[in-house]
Design a protein around this ligand. Structure first.
Ligand SMILES: Cc1ncc(COP(=O)(O)O)c(C=O)c1O
Length: 390
């Protein structure tokens, strides 16, 4: 794909689940900010600042449009990444006012929700329940979510399994007076269909996993605002300040996003995220099919190899597997290093899912291949050939 023309012929990048490669228009948008209107947003009156403000505002709108969400129901704040977003929300939720009695997460979660839910439970002295996710990715529908904060991913970061029953789960959690927080770190690049027109209460995401620069976002239901006690505060959040009192701007509808935006923001990155969404919106059915076809080809090749133990149930753009040192004399880390020697960039280890992969499944360290729209047929062929030779 031309938008990744900087990628060398022998460079096979298979680490999109960590950070996608950035297409040319996104890099251009970021450079344009630095070269043409490098300015602080929401504070300055000169022309550069006005351009920045317009583009930042446009990005907030684009995110909601991308997910077919209504501006009158949701607002978007920017932050560092998914982890920061989850922590900002969880650490400020007014548990008493919401009547929250427990926090629920699933066993396949990334440390980001896994640890932040632990801290949340400890802080509020409430129960934390870790429930097994189906291999198909679904959350149980016969579970007691009463008065629970439920924090789960929409797409898993080691095998790409999807929370297919997200709609039913949302209804169930709400019916039982709970709150649903979605970790959408892996969910907005190739699987945003799951979150379109969602009724989830909060969605935290990482722009760097959706073809945009390093940045995070929180999409929150406006009606949750009175249940967030603001304790992480600073510049850009207030309308007025007295000696011992401040007045938050988030009280007004247009400035709800300031609730989580303490201090100066990453204006260029926010603007470039807008460009990444434009770019994602232009991906055609053929682009999706090509990505799926390449994922299937790689999955089939891995499955056919008797010394390769694939974790995925089905082909997804993110595929993990392990090799057994006892069987072949070397482990996944050594395999990863050997692949790296041939220009194949993959990840090895537990990908911040220590609990499930190590302590529930007792897998040895894994190798993860995560494909993206930049992936070429030659890349997949090269990987298949390299694995055969190794
Ligand atoms: C499913 C999932 N959740 C959360 C995270 C944390 O994202 P970040 O490191 O951008 O905060 C990741 C990162 O890989 C992830 O894959």
């Amino acid at each position: 794909m031309n938008d990744f023309d900087y990628l060398g012929k022998n460079e096979v990048y298979l680490d999109s689940a960590c950070q996608s490669l950035r297409p040319r228009p996104v890099i251009k948008a970021l450079n344009e900010y630095y070269e043409k209107h490098n300015s602080c947003g929401e504070r300055v009156k000169y022309e550069w600042g006005e351009i920045t403000d317009k583009k930042v505002e446009a990005t907030r709108k684009k995110i909601l449009k991308y997910l077919k969400l209504k501006d009158r129901e949701y607002f978007v704040s920017f932050t560092l990444n998914t982890t920061y977003g989850l922590n900002l929300v969880l650490s400020q939720l007014d548990v008493k006012k919401l009547g929250i009695k427990k926090v629920v997460t699933s066993d396949i979660e990334h440390n980001s929700p896994f640890l932040s839910t632990m801290a949340f439970a400890e802080t509020h002295k409430i129960k934390r329940e870790v429930i097994p996710r189906a291999v198909s990715g679904e959350m149980p529908e016969d579970y007691n979510y009463k008065n629970a904060v439920v924090v789960v991913n929409s797409v898993c970061n080691f095998d790409g399994r999807r929370l297919e029953n997200i709609k039913a789960l949302t209804k169930l959690v709400h019916k039982q007076k709970g709150i649903l927080i979605i970790d959408a770190a892996q969910g907005l690049a190739h699987d945003k269909d799951l979150l379109e027109k969602t009724d989830a209460d909060v969605i935290c995401f990482s722009a760097h996993k959706m073809y945009a620069p390093s940045l995070g976002g929180i999409i929150m239901k406006r009606k949750l605002l009175p249940f967030v006690k603001t304790t992480f505060v600073g510049g850009g959040m207030v309308d007025d300040v007295l000696e011992n009192k401040y007045f938050l701007s988030a009280e007004s509808k247009e400035h709800a996003y300031t609730k989580f935006e303490a201090g100066l923001q990453a204006w260029g990155e926010i603007i470039a995220l807008g460009s990444a969404i434009d770019w994602l919106e232009k991906r055609t059915k053929a682009d999706h099919e090509r990505l799926n076809k390449l994922s299937q080809k790689l999955f089939d090749a891995l499955k056919s190899h008797e010394k390769i133990h694939v974790i995925n149930e089905v082909a997804r753009p993110t595929i993990s597997f392990y090799v057994d040192k006892k069987e072949i004399g070397f482990d996944s880390h050594t395999l990863g290093a050997a692949l790296a020697d041939q220009g194949i960039m993959a990840r090895t280890g537990y990908f911040c899912v220590h609990y499930y992969l190590d302590h529930v499944k007792h897998y040895p360290p894994l190798v993860r291949f995560s494909l993206g729209y930049h992936t070429r047929e030659e890349d997949v062929n090269k990987v298949i050939k390299a694995l055969k030779n190794l």
